[in-house]
Ligand binder design. Structure first.
Ligand code: SAM
Ligand code: SF4
Length: 335
C-alpha cells in the first residue's frame, strides 16, 4: 500500500477535492444514453451502502480534504431514506449539491432547504414532450419541466443538463438557449459519451465545435459572451447578452478537461472510481465492513489515476468498444 501525506493528490499533482456519490442504481426514467434497454443488473441490497456507510465514507474523504460533494445516481430521490442521507451529509463541513431528473423533486423542497442545498442540476434532453418520452422511455415531461420552474421560483441555482445527439435533439440547441432569455438557469450541452450498453457511436455525438457553429450562425457575434469558467469547471460557459440565464458546453469527448480534474466517484455499492471513463474500481465498502481503514485503498485508487480519460487518451482509443464496454453503464456509475 502506498503511504502519502495527502491521499487525495495523484501522481500528476491533481488534488481531488470533489466527490460524487451515487446513492442508488435505480431510476424512474430509462434514458437510452445512460442505460441499456433491457435494464442493468442491480446489486443485491446488502451490497449497497447504508446511510451510515455513506456518511462514514464521505467523512473520511472530507477529513482528507474534500470540500464538495454532489449526490447522484440513478435517481437519488428514489432512495427511500434520502432525507436521512441529506441530513447526515449536511452535518459535514462541505458544499452539498445534487443531480436529479426532477421527476419527484417537488416532494423534497423543504428537505433540500432544511439541509442547506442550494445547487441542483436537472437533466432535460428535449423541450418537445414526444422526444422526451422517446429518449427517457417514460412520459414525464410536464413534471420535469414544471419542477425546473418550481426550483427556480424557490430560489435554487439550477443547471439543466442536455445530452446532445445527432438526428435527435441537435435542432433544439437554439430553443434551449432561448429558454435562458427569461429563465435564470444555465443550460449545459453535454457531448454524448460511451458507456456499456448505450450504443455509443462517434457519429451520433454533437461536438463542442458543431454546437458553437449553430450558436454563431443564429446569434450575432457581439451578443455572444464568453464567461469566466470557475476553477476546475468541466464546462465552457457562455451567455447571450441581456439574457437572464447562460449556457455551457461539456466536451469530455472532443476536449477533455482532465488536466484540472478534481473529481472522484463513489458508486452506490461502495466502489471508488478514479475517473468516469475508467473501468477499474476499488472496494471501499468491503474494507469498511471488515473494520479496516479505507484511507490506504483511497490512496491507491488516486495514485492509479490515468492522466487522461481512464487511459483512453485519444479519440481512437475511445472508439474501441472493448475499452469502454468494460466500464459500467452510466446509471450505475453516477454521472
Ligand atoms: N438521474 C439523475 C439525472 O438524470 O440527472 C442523476 C444521474 S445521471 C446518470 C447524471 C448525468 O449523467 C445526467 O445529466 C445525464 O444526462 C448524464 N449522462 C448519462 N449518460 C450519459 C452519456 N452517455 N453521455 C453524457 N452524459 C450522460
Ligand atoms: Fe435515470 Fe438520470 Fe440515467 Fe436518465 S440519466 S436513466 S434519469 S440516471
Amino acid at each position: 500500500m502506498i503511504k502519502t501525506t495527502n491521499i487525495l493528490q495523484d501522481k500528476f499533482g491533481r488534488e481531488h477535492t470533489y466527490l460524487r456519490i451515487s446513492l442508488t442504481e435505480r431510476c424512474n426514467l430509462r434514458c437510452s444514453y445512460c442505460m441499456p434497454e433491457e435494464g442493468v443488473q442491480l446489486s443485491p441490497k446488502s451490497h449497497l451502502m447504508t446511510y451510515e456507510e455513506v456518511y462514514e465514507i464521505a467523512k473520511t474523504f472530507v477529513d482528507n480534504g474534500v470540500t464538495k460533494i454532489r449526490l447522484t445516481g440513478g435517481e437519488p430521490f428514489v432512495r427511500k431514506d434520502i432525507p436521512v442521507v441529506l441530513e447526515k451529509l449536511a452535518s459535514l463541513p462541505v458544499e452539498l449539491s445534487i443531480t436529479s431528473n426532477a421527476v419527484i423533486i417537488d416532494r423534497f423542497i423543504d428537505v433540500l432547504k432544511a439541509n442547506g442545498i442550494k445547487k441542483i442540476n436537472v437533466s432535460l434532453d428535449s423541450l418537445d414532450k414526444n422526444k422526451f418520452t422517446h429518449i427517457t422511455r417514460r412520459n414525464q415531461f410536464e413534471k420535469v419541466y414544471n419542477n425546473i420552474l418550481l426550483l427556480v421560483k424557490e430560489g435554487f441555482t439550477v443547471k439543466v443538463n442536455a445530452v446532445l445527439m445527432k438526428e435527435f435533439n441537435e435542432d433544439e440547441i437554439i430553443d434551449f438557449i432561448e429558454l435562458t432569455k427569461n429563465l435564470p438557469v444555465s443550460i449545459r450541452f453535454i457531448e454524448f459519451m460511451p458507456f456499456d450498453g448505450n450504443k455509443w457511436d462517434l457519429s451520433k455525438m454533437v461536438s463542442y465545435k458543431e454546437i458553437m457553429e449553430k450558436v454563431n450562425q443564429h446569434f450575432q457575434a457581439d451578443t455572444i459572451e464568453r464567461l469566466q469558467d470557475a476553477p476546475n469547471d468541466t464546462a465552457k460557459n457562455y451567455k447571450i447578452k441581456g439574457y437572464k440565464g447562460s449556457f455551457a458546453i461539456i466536451s469530455s469527448v472532443t476536449n477533455p478537461f482532465c488536466d484540472s480534474c478534481n473529481r472522484l466517484r463513489l458508486t452506490a455499492n461502495g466502489q471508488i472510481k478514479n475517473c468516469l471513463f475508467s473501468s477499474s474500481e476499488s472496494d471501499l465498502l468491503t474494507t469498511l465492513r471488515n473494520g479496516d481503514s479505507i484511507e490506504p485503498v483511497i490512496a491507491n485508487a488516486v495514485h492509479a489515476k490515468h492522466k487522461t480519460r481512464g487511459g483512453m487518451d485519444t479519440l481512437k482509443k475511445l472508439q474501441k468498444p472493448d475499452l469502454h464496454s468494460k466500464n459500467r453503464s452510466m446509471i450505475t456509475i453516477g454521472g
